[in-house]
Design a protein around this ligand. Structure first.
Ligand SMILES: Nc1ncnc2c1ncn2[C@@H]1O[C@H](COP(=O)(O)OP(=O)(O)OP(=O)(O)O)[C@@H](O)[C@H]1O
Ligand SMILES: [Mg+2]
Length: 259
């Protein structure tokens, strides 16, 4: 089983939005998927509650720690035995022992960051904490950062963060824009990959670099279930964060195999 941790100590950065969309995507690829919600607010569990009966099943585990307690049970104790991917939705403000525990459980960490200077500053501090006290340096976990709720993708606010990430050799994968489709999906218990394709092309494209990065870490793991997507990722497009341009993925306009 692979475990993807979506985390940032800053509240409201998009952890639940990214976690639920990743889980929904892997479910559409017929991969046995679970979400572990460590947040006492239970947003991912709530998302699962409103998920339509006919949607592909995602197992939900409410792993929110009781006040002051750190749940040390292994992930296998929370999710069905045949789970292939577990996405962990972390609470805001995670630090100390809980942070260490989540890092220890995870193979990949995705850090969403909103475009305000305060969010960016807090995220840089969080990444330092992740390395200095969270055990990320020794655990071998792979880490990437994504911008979320971006209104102007050429916004200069990310430049300092970008320099910081470069110094740590951490990838900045994509810019997720502020879109009603994410709100709609969260209300309906869906991900954008389960919504009308023609209405969600932009969202699919901007999430693709995250999936490409993740899937590239385990290319042979899920066989043909991820093959279509690999074909769709030929070619390239660029997006900019600050003054830097990034080449990320194809824009063939078609995403074979997605509903
Ligand atoms: N790209 C986006 N476009 C539009 N709305 C978004 C986007 N990302 C997040 N939101 C909305 O912003 C709010 C906060 O997002 P989300 O719940 O994903 O953040 P979070 O980091 O999980 O918050 P918390 O720290 O409280 O757990 C939610 O209402 C969500 O639907
Ligand atoms: Mg949340």
């Amino acid at each position: 089983m692979l475990t993807i941790l979506v985390i940032n100590s800053k509240g409201g950065s998009g952890k639940t939005t990214v976690a639920t969309n990743l889980a929904s995507y892997y479910a559409t690829r017929k991969i046995q998927t679970a979400i572990m919600d460590y947040d006492p607010q239970g947003s991912s569990i709530q998302w699962l509650r409103v998920r339509p009966d006919e949607a592909l099943k995602i197992h939900g585990a409410n792993a929110a720690p009781a006040k002051g307690a750190i749940p040390l049970r292994s992930t296998h104790a929370w999710v069905p035995r045949d789970t292939e991917i577990t996405v962990i939705d972390a609470p805001a403000g995670t630090k100390g022992l809980l942070l260490q525990e989540l890092v220890r459980k995870s193979n990949y960490i995705v850090i969403p960051v909103a475009p305000s200077p305060i969010d960016i500053h807090a995220t840089a501090d969080f990444i330092k904490e992740l390395f200095l006290f969270g055990g990320a340096r020794t655990s071998g976990v792979k880490i990437a950062v994504v911008a979320n709720r971006v209104r102007n993708s050429s916004s200069k606010v990310y430049e300092a963060l970008q320099r910081f990430l470069n110094s740590l050799k951490l990838p900045f994968l994509t810019s997720i824009h502020d879109s009603e489709n994410y709100l709609y999906a969260s209300e309906k218990g869906l991900g954008v990959f389960e919504m009308d394709k023609s209405a969600t092309i932009a969202e699919r494209q901007e999430l693709m670099p995250i999936l490409k990065w993740l899937n590239g870490q385990f290319p042979d793991r899920f066989g043909s279930r991820l093959e279509d997507e690999q074909a769709d990722l030929e070619g390239s497009r660029t997006f900019s964060v600050g003054t830097q341009n990034f080449t990320v993925l194809s824009t063939t306009g078609r995403f074979k195999g997605y509903p």
